[in-house]
Design a protein around this ligand. Structure first.
Ligand code: PLP
Length: 418
């Protein structure tokens, strides 16, 4: 009986296809060669190692997640230690000391009062939207149920987050299931049906590192609707300060964190609220004022332990100081790159960089697009980046050395040609 079971298991195993056959990659045409070109088997610091043994600079911090580098021993140890103590316990009606410590730490860092956890960024955005909607119900203004967003906004790929986003290529095909949102600049944010304004502070990363000048946020300084700051991409030092909203004239009611919260090691996101917002959810049980939202892995102790280790590293490794020297290096290199005939525009805030190329002047030479041809060449030169449309992005891990960033620009300049 046992031998039969083992034989069946071996047969099943033999039919399992290796490589990307079974692994469906997000935002990737699985028919295109790019789906099968890159396979990483190890990471260390700013480097990823592919199965061919090539050492590749992670020039996008694995989509803006990695902060202190891959497999940082301090974070790996915190994960291992916590995994032996308490792996998971639901946060639905129960707490744990690691999630409590992390909530206290991120509230202190942001000036918020309370944190509720999720896993991906989009889930935390959904949480923020639902907090905003239920907040106004709880305080007796249920007509406030509309959300205002920026032009070209991006807040994630779940349906609520997508509804607050405005990148046609991502959204259009799902218009039947998304809800209508309004655009900042054209919407009347003083209207009494507005629940919240959601913004990406300073940089709209997914829109191709579009920068938003600080004065655009001025109208949000004094307003009645709730202000949701989505710091999923910009948080944890990427724009030079711990959070981008610190550089704008605004005081958020809700802050959304994700990506770099664990230093990039594990999926963890958080929605933070002020006392004013949180207090509106208190009442007798039968009033049903408590938040009607939650995820199974909310407050996962292993992920929270990783996040606490990552936050400690900001002090121990003077991460923001290194980010400043990377920023200076980036500025220097962009100054000369902006004069290149194939470069249409360069944009940067801190270490979040977009280099928009003149796609019409670049021969794609069989790649899936002109910018992809550049990215493919960069990969062959040992740098991993992923274009956003015509924009080559550079978002290095904050532990990277200036020489790595310099090498990226050298390779990019070589790839663009004279
Ligand atoms: C500003 C912003 N918000 C939300 C998200 C969604 O985060 P996740 O991909 O973790 O769901 C992203 C992802 O890129 C983002 O850049």
């Amino acid at each position: 009986m046992l031998a039969q079971g083992v034989r069946r298991f071996r047969r099943v195993q033999a039919t399992v296809m290796l490589g990307t056959g079974h692994h469906w990659l997000p935002f990737t045409q699985m028919n295109a060669p790019e789906a099968h070109l890159r396979r990483f088997v190890r990471g260390e610091g700013s480097w990823l190692y592919d199965e061919g043994g090539a050492r590749i600079f992670d020039a996008v911090s694995s989509i803006w997640t990695t902060i202190h580098g891959h497999c940082h021993p301090r974070i790996a140890e915190a994960i291992a230690k916590q995994a032996h103590l308490l792996d998971h316990a639901t946060a639905l009606g129960a707490s744990n000391p690691v999630a409590e410590a992390l909530a206290a730490r991120i509230c202190a860092l942001t000036g918020m009062g309370h944190a509720i956890f999720a896993s991906d960024g989009a889930s935390a955005v959904e949480t923020a939207i639902k907090i905003a909607i239920q907040y106004w119900q709880n305080v007796g203004q249920p007509q406030r149920n509309r959300i205002v967003r920026l032009r070209d906004a991006y807040h994630g790929d779940t349906v609520g987050a997508m509804s607050c986003s405005n990148i046609a290529l991502f959204n259009q095909r799902f218009s039947a299931i998304t809800f209508q949102t309004l655009e900042l600049g054209t919407a009347d944010i003083a209207a009494d049906d507005i629940a919240a304004v959601i913004i990406e502070p300073l940089v709209q990363a997914a829109a191709g590192m579009r920068t938003v000048s600080r004065h655009r946020y001025q109208p949000l300084a004094e307003m009645t609707p709730l202000l949701i700051c989505d710091e999923i991409a910009t948080g944890f030092g990427r724009t030079g300060t711990m959070f981008a909203f610190e550089q704008a004239p605004i005081r958020p009611d809700l802050v959304v964190l994700g990506k770099g919260l664990t230093g990039g090691a594990l999926a963890l996101s958080a929605t933070l609220a002020t006392d004013r917002v949180y207090d509106a959810f208190l009442g007798e049980y039968g009033e049903y004022k408590h938040l009607f939202h939650g995820h199974s892995y909310a407050g996962n102790p292993i992920a929270c332990a990783a996040a606490l280790a990552s936050l400690a590293l900001f002090d121990e490794e003077r991460t923001l100081v290194n980010a400043l020297s990377l920023t200076a290096c980036i500025r220097r290199r962009l100054d000369s790159l902006r004069l290149h005939a194939l470069v249409r525009d360069v944009r940067a805030v801190g270490t979040m960089v977009g280099i928009e190329v003149h796609a019409d002047r670049i021969d794609a030479r069989g790649a899936i697009g002109p910018a992809w041809r550049i990215a493919d060449g960069l990969y062959r030169a040992g740098h991993f980046t992923r274009p956003i449309g015509d924009v080559i992005q550079l978002v290095p891990p904050l532990c990277a050395r200036e020489e790595y960033v310099d090498a990226f620009f050298d390779a990019l300049t070589a790839e663009l040609g004279p």
